[in-house]
Design a protein around this ligand. Structure first.
Ligand code: COA
Length: 273
């Protein structure tokens, strides 16, 4: 992966997790060091250093059926607009091409400006929502649901298997898988806020009821990445006090999978898809 021109791209290891976390924290992202360790353990995380300082990252996370997620594209502010993100995403794409993988990502508006020229095409739109003042955590939690049920539903929606990811989430302290009336969701800790997702439901009413039950049993800020085409879900969330923080554009480079059997109401997160 050595470059003959431009800065050297290196593959990062588990020991780089604290330096990676500094970059996502600088961007005010919610990832924890545990999230970074998952990428470093299960995926390929590429970085660029300036001297001993890690100044840029990008991760490629392979899933089943020749799919992979590209994320954690971060460049420290002092090194913006020097082509570092382009270089790292290009290196991820070379790795994906060698392995015959279709690459997916959920782009911030700034990220979409980098990925469009690299050949990514837009697919669905997401909205990051935040609830600042949820319940006091006094209400009983919705019924616990099994990991298998969540993984099966996730596979139907994604078109590929993410058992390794969902199992890793489920094993973390503070994680819960809960279900009511045919809706099911996972809640996990983040650096500054809890995160709901993925969330599957038969309709918007069921999805909203589950989110409501979760938030009543939680305290502190909560994030959720909703699929924007679920209009009634988005409208219900904003009515309940959630605010839209930013859009994400899902993009794909490579072969389209078969149409999915269902769309999630909320995804696992833009960094995981
Ligand atoms: C988005 C980000 C990764 C870009 O990193 P970068 O190294 O500055 O990007 P590059 O230098 O490779 O930019 C390539 C091109 O993308 C476009 N671009 C990059 N940042 C842009 C921005 N903020 N607004 C508009 N266009 C932008 C430009 O066309 C740029 O080419 P140019 O500098 O010749 O005009 C960086 O701004 C960042 O870390 N932002 C915070 C985290 C984030 O949003 N990451 C993306 C997640 S999807």
């Amino acid at each position: 992966m050595d470059a003959t021109d431009g800065p050297r791209v290196v593959q990062l290891g588990l020991g780089d997790a604290p330096a990676c976390l500094l970059l996502s924290t600088e961007a005010h992202w919610n990832q924890s060091e545990e999230d970074w360790r998952f990428f470093l353990r299960e995926g390929v995380v590429l970085g660029i250093r300036d001297g001993s300082q890690l100044v840029a990252t990008a991760a490629l996370l392979p899933y089943s059926d020749d799919n992979a997620w590209i994320s954690m594209v971060l460049v420290t502010t002092s090194h913006h607009r020097r082509g570092l993100a382009t270089r790292l995403v290009d290196a991820c794409l070379q790795t994906a091409r060698k392995r015959g993988l279709t690459s997916w990502l959920d782009a911030t508006p700034a990220g979409a400006a980098v990925y469009g020229p690299l050949g990514f095409s837009p697919t669905l739109q997401l909205r990051r929502l935040r609830l600042e003042t949820s319940g006091q955590g006094f209400a009983p939690a919705p019924l616990a649901a099994p990991l298998d049920a969540l993984c099966a539903r996730d596979r139907r929606a994604a078109g590929f298997d993410r058992t390794a990811l969902l199992s890793a989430f489920a094993q973390r302290p503070g994680s819960r898988i809960v279900s009511t009336n045919g809706a099911i969701a996972l809640i996990r800790d983040g650096r500054t806020a809890r995160h709901i997702g993925p969330l599957f439901a038969n309709d918007a009413t069921g999805a909203l009821a589950l989110v409501d039950a979760i938030t009543r049993s939680e305290s502190g800020p909560i994030l959720l990445d909703a699929v924007a085409s679920h209009d009634a879900f988005l409208a219900g969330l904003t009515k309940a006090g959630w605010t839209i923080e930013r859009p994400f554009q899902r993009m794909r480079l490579g072969l389209a999978p078969a149409a999915s059997a269902e769309l999630p109401f909320a995804v696992a997160g833009p960094e995981f898809g």
